[in-house]
Design a binder for this molecule. Structure first.
Ligand SMILES: Cc1cc2nc3c(=O)[nH]c(=O)nc-3n(C[C@H](O)[C@H](O)[C@H](O)COP(=O)(O)OP(=O)(O)OC[C@H]3O[C@@H](n4cnc5c(N)ncnc54)[C@H](O)[C@@H]3O)c2cc1C
Length: 501
């Protein structure tokens, strides 16, 4: 079968899947007002493969058969393959207005099963994973990865009788000649509402008692018994925003219920081998941490650009404190980029599959996530309070108020008020910065810099005393015992409201 067009991909989603959103059953995810946004976001993966200039990056040709298939379905054999995959994800995210299509990035979860099958030396699983990969390639499918269980009491194991029911982790409830029947629920699963297949695997290590929970398999999203409840995401572009001429991109996540779902044996990749559950999930995670940091680079490029642009509109680019803040943003972005690439270059082999260096890939993802809120704070600081207090586009359109906004909300000479307001809107729209509470906490009653300036000027006398102490103890100045006692007395008054400034 040939590669699918984006339209054929959309058509493949009209398959009777059971999806609920906002209290209603969704008739067609490709036309539903909200899910259409997410479907279009994923469909970009197929569009990219049709663009001549990106064809070579997005599509791989089988040397023996000449058949073409998505690069996501190519098993990386070395660092070069990993770097091409890295480049594909990054290019797709950039072109897709900074949002990853997420149509097949979750091949990471399947590759976790492949590595596990080889590590176990299990011929059945190796043959089944080979056959499934072939099926994905030939039918040019998309897939989600369903790993996270709802878990119930997190300190209890899946099979612990103290759990209030046995289905907090997905498990096998029956087996027969044809296959297995599974029951359970996976949470926060990105995009199965608008993709073809789901790869399901355990989210943790298992003990012998948990053997029924050690199960991995692939299933069509439309299989009988699969029920999705999608969270009511908002695409963050309301009627009060300045109109933008670019498509809205966004994803949503499903609570996926497996209400006694049948899975044929040829799609089962782990069943009862509890010792291998951890191998599967760790191998998925090694790959997926690299995927995550890669597609977030496109996102962070936008955040850095918006932060630098608002500083420019405010006319403060040359101020040392602003330069320092923008430099922090650049360090953040470039560290992410360097770590993501380094994890490909320093790849390790798991069987015949190259995976990004597990330590570096995890350092990259950890660095990105651990510092993200610091970066948000910097950008919100750069914006000032207007990020949250700006009047709306309707006020801009109203002749009674629009002129005042134009006159008073401009920044440096030559920068229009509209352009400045649009940068702030973009920050609210794309990375969802600037909630009232966030900005209030940074800017209300004075910005962070206003406080720092006051602290410095008010503490000058304190500093003089600290310097006297330092110079005396360093031997630079002489002091009598009485003078030293007096200095200590002055020091003890500091911060108690007794000292005169
Ligand atoms: C936007 C988004 C998209 C996602 N997409 C997917 C997806 O496509 N597929 C998928 O499978 N998952 C997905 N996830 C799920 C993600 O992997 C989980 O959120 C993550 O693993 C944490 O699990 P949890 O949310 O259940 O939190 P919890 O596990 O409940 O963690 C909450 C807190 O409790 C702590 N904790 C939990 N258990 C223990 C314990 N035993 N001992 C001590 N501390 C503990 C944690 O460290 C954490 O601090 C997504 C999540 C998000 C936010």
């Amino acid at each position: 079968m040939a590669l699918k067009t984006a339209e054929e991909f959309r058509e493949s989603l009209r398959d009777g899947r059971v999806v609920y959103m906002d209290g209603e059953k969704v008739a067609d995810v490709t036309t539903h007002p909200k899910l259409k946004v997410a479907t279009d976001t994923a469909a970009f993966d197929y569009e990219l493969a049709e663009m001549p200039e990106y064809r070579e990056l997005a599509v791989v040709r089988d040397e023996k058969t000449g058949e073409e298939y998505s690069r996501y379905f190519h098993r990386p054999k070395n660092g070069e393959d990993l770097l091409k995959r890295h480049e594909l994800m990054l290019v797709a995210s950039r072109l897709n207005y900074t949002t990853t299509p997420f149509a097949r990035e979750m091949i990471d979860s399947f590759n976790g099963c492949v590595v596990t099958a080889h590590a176990m030396g299990n011929r059945d699983y190796i043959e089944r994973t080979d056959a499934y990969l072939d099926y994905l390639r030939k039918n040019d499918l998309s897939l989600a990865g369903a790993i996270t269980d709802v878990k119930g009491d997190r300190l209890l194991r899946p099979a612990d009788p103290k759990q209030s029911h046995p289905d907090y982790y997905l498990r096998v409830i029956d087996k027969n000649k044809e296959g297995i029947i599974v029951r359970g629920c996976k949470a926060h699963i990105t995009s199965p509402a608008y993709l073809n297949e789901m790869l399901v695997m355990p989210c943790r290590n298992m003990t012998e008692a948990d053997a029924d929970y050690a199960v991995a398999f692939a299933t069509p999203v439309s299989a009988k018994g699969v029920i999705q409840i999608v969270h009511p995401f908002d695409s963050h572009r309301g009627p009060l925003d300045f109109p933008l001429d670019i498509p809205v991109r966004s994803h949503t996540d499903s609570l996926v219920i497996f209400d006694d779902v049948f899975v044929p044996w040829e799609r089962v990749f782990l069943c009862g081998e509890w010792q291998s559950a951890a191998t599967a999930v760790y191998n998925f995670a090694y790959l997926h941490r690299h995927t995550a940091v890669t597609y977030h680079i496109a996102w962070v490029e936008l955040i850095v650009g918006l932060g630098a642009a608002i500083a420019d509109f405010n006319g403060v680019t040359k101020a040392p404190n602003i330069r320092e803040e923008v430099t922090e943003l650049i360090i953040y972005l470039n560290t992410m980029k360097a770590l993501a690439r380094a994890s490909c270059i320093d790849y390790v082999m798991h069987g015949d599959l190259a995976i990004p260096n597990p330590v570096t890939a995890n350092v990259a993802k950890h660095y990105y996530a651990d510092n993200y809120h610091k970066v948000v704070k910097i950008v919100e600081d750069l914006c000032g309070a207007l990020l949250t207090t700006a009047p709306s586009f309707r006020d801009w359109q109203n002749p009674a108020t629009g002129n005042f906004m134009e006159k008073y909300l401009g920044g440096r000479a030559g920068a229009s008020a509209e352009a400045r307001l649009r940068i702030l809107q973009a920050l609210r729209h794309y990375p969802c910065l600037g909630t009232e509470l966030d900005v209030n906490n940074i800017h209300a009653e004075g910005s962070l810099m206003a406080e720092r300036l006051t602290i410095y000027s008010e503490a000058r006398k304190d500093l003089e005393l600290y310097k006297q102490l330092a110079n005396y103890l360093a031997g630079n100045v002489k002091m009598s015992w009485e003078e030293y006692k007096q200095l200590c007395g002055e020091l003890s008054k500091l911060g108690k409201g007794e000292s005169q400034r």
